[in-house]
Design a binder for this molecule. Structure first.
Ligand code: IDP
Ligand code: MG
Length: 136
């Protein structure tokens, strides 16, 4: 049964700063993802606030938005069967300390805020997030 999906992945500033973007892209390709679209950009704080609006009531919201806008990021549309769920599994837990061996956050994450990657958490959010960055 075919269940081809697209999801949004972001390589966050801590990983781009350490020149890990090529390695992380290879990781996704090796796991069978197609990178349909990608761009390296830096967003401003107001864009980060819009992107993370779902977290606006959280105590870490301000730091999170400062952080995502603090340096270049690589934004990608990834395609694969069950892309949303598979990407979340490959990313690992939000806190790298809790992430399983073999996940991106276990391997590259520094801390709960500098956890190297973002990935959409549902099919609906994936659509919204892809639109957010790639609406033509
Ligand atoms: P996710 O990235 O695994 O989906 P979310 O709960 O959606 O995790 O949180 C979004 C981002 O906010 C996380 O990736 C992380 O960088 C940051 N974050 C989440 N919880 C905390 C926290 O308790 N302290 C600081 N930053 C946090
Ligand atoms: Mg999330």
């Amino acid at each position: 049964m075919s269940n081809l999906e697209q999801t949004l992945s972001i390589i966050k500033p801590d990983a781009v700063e350490r020149n890990l973007d090529a390695e992380i892209k290879e990781f996704f390709k090796n796991k069978g993802f197609l990178i349909l679209k990608e761009k390296k950009i830096q967003i401003d704080k107001s864009e980060a606030e819009k992107f993370y609006k779902v977290h606006e009531t959280k105590p870490f919201y301000n730091d999170l938005c400062n952080y995502l806008s603090s340096g270049p990021i690589v934004v990608m549309v990834l395609q694969k069967e069950n892309a949303v769920k598979v990407n979340r599994e490959l990313m690992g837990a939000t806190n790298p300390k809790d992430a399983e061996e073999g996940t991106i956050r276990k391997k590259y994450g520094i801390s709960i805020d500098k956890n190297s990657v973002h990935g959409s958490d549902s099919i609906d959010n994936a659509k919204m997030e892809i639109d957010f960055f790639f609406k033509d």
